[in-house]
Design a protein around this ligand. Sequence first.
Ligand code: SAM
Length: 178
Amino acid sequence: MPLTSESLAISRQFCCIDDISLIKRVVISLQSGLVVILGSGAGTMSLAVLETRPTLTIGLLTVDHKEESLAYERESWKAACKENPFNVVQSLKDSSQAGRDFTRSVDFLVIDSDHTEWGVEKDLRAWMKHIKTNGHIMLHDYTDIYPGTKISADRMLVEPMWKVITTEGWSRLYQKVR
Ligand SMILES: C[S@@+](CC[C@H](N)C(=O)[O-])C[C@H]1O[C@@H](n2cnc3c(N)ncnc32)[C@H](O)[C@@H]1O
């Protein structure tokens, strides 16, 4: 049986089933564009994207500062029979540096890298400007276990530009409304 994002979530516990469902719902709503995941980890979230994207015109970029995490993510794709997926790129970089170097627009950004207040602030500063109008940010670990994540998000992802769409699993989903 090929690996699935749900079984990986249960075994590695980097995210929960409700996080996976939320990612899949957002990706299914896209017809084209770019999904970016900061923090490859076990590849759970990226596998959810690969399982769901309705067309291969949806690109995926995953970023991690550890080569071992990127290698682990590739192993997960392989175990899920999605080896060398089309239109998918991995980047070995600090997640905020990747945002500062980035020049494209993003439809859906998942932040799950440095969970400190300063780390999340740096990621948001570097990536917020790349999100398209009506695009989404999913901030993972928006929970009391990671107070820094909440503090930075509550300070930076505010109206009128950002709207909270839902808080599910361990995540909060925002939409850029203007
Ligand atoms: C909780 S894990 C991510 C889990 C992953 N999203 C998944 O679906 O399995 C966090 C990852 O973020 C990476 N990370 C932490 N700080 C980072 C930073 N400043 N830049 C890039 N990656 C970072 C870690 O190496 C680790 O792989």
